[in-house]
Design a protein around this ligand. Sequence first.
Ligand SMILES: *Cc1c(COP(=O)(O)O)cnc(C)c1O
Length: 383
Amino acid sequence: MHGHLSTLLAHAGCETDPATGALTPPLYLNATFERDEDLEYSRGYIYSRWGNPTRTLLEESLARLEVGAESAVAAQGFAFSSGMAAASGVLQCLRPGDHVVLAADVYHGVRHLLQTTYGEWGLSHTEVDQTDLSAVAKAMRPETKLVWAETPSNPNFKITDIRGLAEIAHAGNAALLVDGTWTTPLLQQPLLLGADLVLHSATKYLGGHSDVLLGAVIAREDWPLRDRLLDIMASAGPVADPFACWLVLRGLRSLGARMPLHCRNAAELATWLEDHEGVIEVFYPGLASHPHHELASKQMSGFGGMIGFRVTGGRERALSVVKRCQLFRRSTSLGGTESLIEHRASIEAIPGRVPDDLLRASVGLEHIDDLKADLAQALEAGV
Ligand SMILES: *Cc1c(COP(=O)(O)O)cnc(C)c1O
């Protein structure tokens, strides 16, 4: 009855507090909880590394959003201190000798972890262009336990077929994880398309105001390593702090209004940039010219607030365009109210992976005319 995601979002975490009647969620900053007279913990909380009421509220809200109010899929949320702590927690569930099939243009931090710490601890991985499902099938090995996908991918804006990936992963007894940071549950719900795990950097759209670092994993309840992930959180302690959880709950309550405006502004800028003489190519899954536009239209309910574009004149011109921007802030990250622009090749520093003339923008909530005017004057650089 109240099943629309925007309705769930508007009320995220707002169950009336039984003690006080407070409408919006209280913030439980405390580290520890009192035992009953008989030394039981009848209220369920012992110590905040194991569980905290504000964290529980966020974890339950995220799980509900990921599967929708009416869904038959049961899921559980886990809130970590950052997106990378969440990614790390999932990788720690694997064992030495296990193998991961990784999207070739996965978030660079995930590749870094697999190449360094977890590689040294005996996890192997293969990078594959996951838009080619037969290449994914070929990369599977008997010891493959996890297929790690990200769609749209970063920063090349490729769209991968979540249903197709899930079939391949499950045929090999592996789980499928989708990094859903760019889409949020509002635009894409991977668990309903067959994925086992969704990862979010809530630092981005879910928090929505560039003022909190938090990560989340939402796992299907039949994912066999769920207890192991819980144990890693409780024993290793990479958990989200209560104030960060509270800020993300607050961010969620306006996501239903923010996300459509991010999408609309991004779509309009992408279309406008496509016709600009100083631009070679625009990457936005909502454009009919995007090579995976049809798949994006099927598995996403909106195309997101991120755009990429290649400018004429190579690296030097790309850098000078960024330098001239006044409204677009020169910064990495995404998903805040303010528009950001960055020269991605200088951030990722892996030669050849990201075109040198590519600029990536997180399109914010400003008036579209002001955004266009800023890019228009910045694109005059060096033409
Ligand atoms: C930012 C980001 C992460 C990492 O999240 P943090 O909160 O910065 O640790 C992971 N995946 C994607 C797609 C991201 O954009």
